[in-house]
Design a protein around this ligand. Sequence first.
Ligand SMILES: [Zn+2]
Length: 162
Amino acid sequence: MSRQPLWRRVDFLPKITSFKPAGVPLAQLREIRISVEEAEAIRLKDLEGLEQEECAQKMNVSRPTFARILLSARQKMADALLNGKAIRIEGGNYELTKRSFRCGNGHEWDVPFEVMIKKPPELCPTCNTANIMTLWPWRSGLGMAVQGRQFRGGRNYRRGGD
Ligand SMILES: [Zn+2]
């Protein structure tokens, strides 16, 4: 049975995920949610200036799918900008192209997407300790699908703003 790709691949997570218009009382504020893959589509096409075909390949989706994601993202951003709505970037159907890990003895390593979906790491490849944690993504508040177990203990995730 062949495995259909379910996840859009994302190479980047924005550190700041929430924006709001100045001078609008919180109670009156309406919020637009932009998914992480929509933000990635904007980044690849509009910031990096790649061709749609290239963007689609990077995100592991068809070109029409990429075009749909991009259009949705642009419409939401236009709506927020022109109608004074807040933006929150979160959630979606995506998988990061890699995860970075660190063990309790300070070794760091990356695990690519292809390996991650088959077998998330349980031991440090250098010293074999099971005391490992996720180093990147630095936080889990973006609605990502965590494959395998959550890593507990030593949660020294970078919180941004440093
Ligand atoms: Zn180690």
